[in-house]
Design a binder for this molecule. Structure first.
Ligand SMILES: [Mg+2]
Length: 234
């Protein structure tokens, strides 16, 4: 028999810190660029814009998007400041981007205790977007996989994604919660399908995740607040 309520969790910046690893690599990249005189106030935005454009160009969240954005930014600045591009330098800059995927993802406070407690009375699902192999490796390393009945890695989270999930997992939207940090991928589309939503603002978030909040949702600043909202029944 299906338990009364279901909770769908996002992974990155909901259960584990992800954006801060990208930020650390971004600052390392900016330092390296500064040492070469390839630096101005636009640098952070130029890198971010290339990274976001790569999602569209490569058809999703591929691991190469970020290191490629570093190469593209280097080329852009070489051209802007009439600096001759160097292949070796380019490779070393890309390595900073690839390094993000080697780092261990730290759990958010209360991540494990929240899952442990909710699992007793709720069916838990994990819905994460990104490159399948990369995401599954991260989830396995986190040790959190054991708490979920199903784990789904998708390229994008839109209204169709949530409609598919409701159908595949036989979910009742009004008895289902979505917890995530992305207005664009977690909250607006899930809420459009009638799912109860909690927007988690516990970490710094990537600009890509931002959007105009159309959903009628709860907002929590940490996972303990999410637990309180769900156990109170909203
Ligand atoms: Mg996220």
């Amino acid at each position: 028999m299906r338990r009364l309520q279901t909770v769908i969790f996002d992974f990155d910046d909901t259960l584990v810190y992800t954006y801060k690893l990208f930020l650390e690599a971004t600052y390392e990249f900016m330092d390296a660029m500064k040492k070469m005189g390839l630096y101005d106030d636009e640098l952070f935005k130029v890198l971010d814009d290339f990274d976001i454009k790569n999602i569209e160009k490569n058809g999703g969240f591929l691991p190469e998007n970020f290191p490629d954005a570093m190469r593209q930014t280097y080329r852009y600045y070489c051209n802007k400041y009439k600096h001759r591009p160097d292949v070796i330098v380019e490779e070393s800059l890309q390595k900073i981007g690839w390094g993000v995927f080697e780092k261990e993802h730290e759990l958010l406070p209360d991540a494990e205790s929240l899952l442990e407690e909710l699992k007793r009375s709720h069916a838990l699902f994990l819905l994460t977007q990104g490159h399948k192999e990369t995401q599954l490796k991260k989830i396995a390393t986190s040790g959190l996989a054991v708490y979920f009945e199903q784990i789904k890695v998708v390229q994008q989270k839109n209204i169709q994604t949530y409609q598919g999930l409701i159908k595949d997992f036989e979910l009742i939207p009004k008895d289902t919660w979505m917890i995530g940090n992305s207005i664009k991928s977690d909250i607006n589309p899930a809420n459009a399908c009638g799912i109860n939503c909690i927007l988690l603002n516990a970490t710094a978030s990537w600009d890509f995740d931002k959007d105009i909040l159309k959903a009628d949702c709860f907002v929590a600043k940490n996972l303990a607040e999410c637990k309180y909202i769900i156990t109170k029944g909203g």
